[in-house]
Design a protein around this ligand. Structure first.
Ligand SMILES: [Zn+2]
Length: 117
């Protein structure tokens, strides 16, 4: 009999990883903000301004990805709580454990997920 703890181990690991990445990105964004405000005090026509904002939007984009991932993970934990985790939203069949190991936030089986695209 499969234990309900198996898949949530991967889900918990995914959440720890995503939170680490979020903290790392926040640190990089904070460092960038410090660098930018330090330079703009001296010279408003800073030639480094453009590359800095390119880096800024790259980091903000990565941060948005991680936040989306974290909300997917939270939604998956909510499904664990109400007992629907690991069950395909579309066809109601069990999602294979192998798929949940690779994609702990998967809410559809392979067939339904690929039919969606
Ligand atoms: Zn399905």
């Amino acid at each position: 009999m499969p234990t309900p703890h198996g898949p949530t181990v991967h889900l918990q690991r995914a959440r720890v990883t995503a939170r680490d990445r979020l903290a790392d990105l926040d640190a990089q964004i904070a460092a960038l903000r410090r660098a930018r405000s330090g330079e703009s005090d001296d010279d408003e026509h800073d030639p480094d301004g453009a590359p800095l904002s390119g880096e800024w939007s790259r980091l903000e984009g990565l941060r948005a990805d991680v936040e989306r991932e974290l909300s997917d993970i939270d939604a998956a934990f909510a499904r664990v709580d109400d007992g629907t985790y690991g069950i395909c939203l579309d066809c109601g069949r069990a999602i294979p454990v192998g798929r949940l190991e690779v994609r702990p936030t998967a809410d559809r089986c392979v067939a339904c997920a690929s039919a969606q695209r």
